[in-house]
Ligand binder design. Sequence first.
Ligand code: FE2
Length: 342
Amino acid sequence: MDVRFPNIARFLLALYFCLSASVLCAAEVNVYSARKENLIKPLLLQFQELTGTSVNLITGKADTLLQRIISEGQHSPADILITIDAGRLHRALQANILLPVDTPALRNSVPQQYRDPDGNWFGLSLRARPIMYASDRVNPADLSTYENLSLPGWQGKICTRSSDNIYNQSMVASMLAHHGKEYTLAWTRGLVSNFARPPQGGDRDQIRAVAAGQCDVAIANSYYLGKMLASKDSAQREAAQKVGIFWPNQDDRGVHVNISGGAVIRTSKNRAAAVALLEFLVSDAAQQWYAETNFEYPVKPGVRSSEMLTRWGQFKADSLNLYLLGELNSDAVMVMDHARWK
Ligand SMILES: [Fe+2]
């Protein structure tokens, strides 16, 4: 899908991005991205076309890219790191490779809870991790909160992926932030004792397992269900059609959410262009593109989301400051280990 701008808007946007970053619009910017190429390249090409800044893209696994920037040291060509999960952005911060930035456009577009308090990283898209359920076996009225999933009534009915996955680590970190260590350990133990099978596979596999009757509910990121529903593969579509989304904790803290985000690298030689690119990625058109292409939510308030997301209904998101997910990551890993979450 293309990002569409009317011609005058194109010109004004180009002018804005060039002037606001005081950058000669003939610079270049090097992006290291843990997002797959098809989930970032169309936006980068659009930025290149608007500003004349040439964008070089290197994609790879999140931890590998982080290690690469660390080992390249001050000679690293990286200007921007784009990666998934506030927990990972925090790892980059701890590795001392990020440069804090602060501009009105970034501050006004990205709500406070979706960016680092010191400007080291900014959320670019929002992802929700709700409860998914078998439409034919589960009455959504029996679902309520993440907390409730640790009760004995759900024994043998829950699927989710392993504890080495950062999505679950961040979810447990959010539990720690809200309830403290003692409660979270008891909750995690209860949840693990309700697993239908040892954790295996990714989020899509949990949705497939619900459809196949191996478990009644799963905890998974909602965009995976969107991708399956929009898949060319009829088996994926049919599996996804058997699964409903339930937005938990609507009477209290809200659904657990996380972000994909971007950060300027401390050793960047193209800082102004890097900042201009970050600003572009939180512009309305770019924000809407995420919602339509990857079934994620815009971080920027007021941006229209896609048709599928609208059909899933609005939900209250947890308002926790997401940098806490990074700060509490090692505690979360420890809790999951104690609870024997494989
Ligand atoms: Fe994912």
